[in-house]
Write a protein that binds this ligand. Structure first.
Ligand code: DLL
Length: 422
């Protein structure tokens, strides 16, 4: 693997230097040359690539092939500022499908499966990415896209869907709708879920598994690097195997940029070893994870990454305390009576940061007694206070009153910032 990565890395930096005016300028200014890559560690001499650089070069400034060689464009999702555009050559698309196929097979998909894709089809990479990868496996693909939830559940019953593919938050919403429709989820053929595109906690995984009677697996990717297909869990779960023959991973200290040793948590950085359309060298993902090179019981030898619990930039700093939305989610999911739907609203009152957690009662959560409601609210507040070292305001709201998302859930509203970016 190391030898393969080095050969690919050397070819990559040489090609990028030749074909990309952006990288030539960046590397000339940093005083680095492709010939300096003699070992894998030499990659550390090269400057990082950031999302801002992609934005500044919108739309095609980072492409390393002429547009005539690009056969597909996608764009990053969820940004309120300038979005970023990615282009794929025919070869990029073939490798992409192979990489998503790996993720699917690792999770347990076979050609006998019927896979319902509930990711949006469009500029977002989720729908098309999973689509071609699952076809590559030979599974029967049901390209439903996101939305129209009742119909999704109808199709699931009619066609005998065995694998559900989408965001974890949408999977949970679909379960609620199934329940409302009176569908007994234990009677469905569904057995496996491939979920990704947003952070989710172990508690949320258990909830999805319980409600759908399936095994829920995690997979990770980002449009800039390719889309889905960068990493995914195997049958042992927990950590995700990275396809490191195509995506070379590093973990750095997000503050200093220093490389961190295996096992230490920091920001994930990827170099695309084989990509043609828009190759990236040392792309900073902002995602927080760590790398594990120890052998996996499944027998695959690729490095594994820890589940991404947050981004270095979704960390909220509230009155000086660092808070990750995932910490709040874990607390809420551990309390009976409140559901998995919540929102975190951060604002500034005068000079003070103010945090409010709005959480929905579960269907059975409202007993009809105000006293019970008050007790539940106090319990939520106390548990959050213990977990966060911070006293948030808590507001319980009616079951089904918060807006559901069909794609990535929007959990945080930070009114202190002008724009948000995920
Ligand atoms: O979300 C690609 C994708 C689609 C991955 C479908 C998996 C399944 P973007 O829209 O560019 O691409 O968003 C990428 O989403 O940097 C992470 O912050 C977050 N993310 C993606 N997968 C996971 C995951 C797609 N499994 C950004 N866990 C990334 C946590 C994830 N966060």
């Amino acid at each position: 693997m190391r030898a393969l990565q080095l050969t690919r890395l050397q070819a990559l930096v040489e090609r990028v230097y030749r074909m990309s005016p952006f990288y030539r300028k960046l590397w000339d200014e940093a005083g680095v040359k492709p010939e300096q890559v003699k070992t894998l560690d030499d990659i550390r001499r090269f400057p990082f690539t950031t999302k801002d650089m992609l934005r500044q070069n919108y739309p095609y400034g980072m492409f390393a092939v002429p547009l005539s060689k690009i056969v597909r464009l996608h764009a990053s999702s969820g940004t309120m500022g300038q979005s970023t555009v990615v282009g794929y050559t025919r070869r990029d698309l073939r490798i992409w499908a192979d990489m998503v196929a790996r993720v699917a097979v690792q999770a347990g998909v076979t050609r006998r499966d019927i896979a319902q894709i509930s990711f949006g089809y469009g500029l977002f990479t989720g729908g098309f990415g999973l689509h071609y990868g699952l076809e590559r496996v030979g599974a029967t693909v049901l390209p439903v896209s996101s939305g129209n939830t009742q119909r999704q559940i109808q199709l699931m019953q009619d066609f005998g869907t065995t694998v559900l593919v989408g965001t974890p938050s949408y999977a949970l919403h679909m379960a609620e709708v199934a329940e409302e429709m009176g569908v007994d989820t234990s009677k469905l053929k569904l057995r496996l879920g491939l979920f990704g595109a947003e952070p989710w906690t172990e508690e949320m995984r258990s909830e999805i598994e319980k409600r759908w009677h399936i095994k829920a697996t995690d997979n990770y990717g980002l449009s800039e690097i390719m889309g889905p297909g960068v990493a995914g869990e195997c049958e042992y779960g927990g950590k995700m195997h990275i396809s490191e023959d195509h995506f070379f991973p590093e973990v750095i200290d997000p503050k200093t940029g220093e490389s961190l040793p295996p096992g230490e948590e920091g920001e994930l950085v990827f170099t695309t070893l084989t990509k043609e359309g828009i190759p990236l060298v040392r792309y900073r993902t902002r995602d927080i994870s760590s790398l594990d090179y120890s052998p996996c019981p499944c027998g695959r030898t690729t490095v594994r990454m820890k589940k991404v619990t947050g981004r270095s930039d979704d960390m909220l700093i509230i009155r000086g305390v660092n808070v990750f939305p995932s910490q709040i989610e874990a607390v809420l999911m551990s309390i009976d009576g409140v559901g998995p739907q919540y929102q975190i609203i951060v604002d500034r009152k005068g000079f003070m940061d103010d945090i409010e957690v709005v959480v929905e009662l579960s269907k059975e959560g409202f007993t009809g007694s105000w006293r019970d409601l008050e007790a539940l609210e106090n319990k939520v507040r106390e548990r959050l206070e213990n977990a966060l070292s911070l006293r948030p305001r808590v507001k319980l709201v009616e079951y089904m009153s918060l807006e559901r998302s069909m794609g990535k859930a929007k959990r945080v509203i930070d009114k202190r910032r002008k724009t948000t970016d995920n």
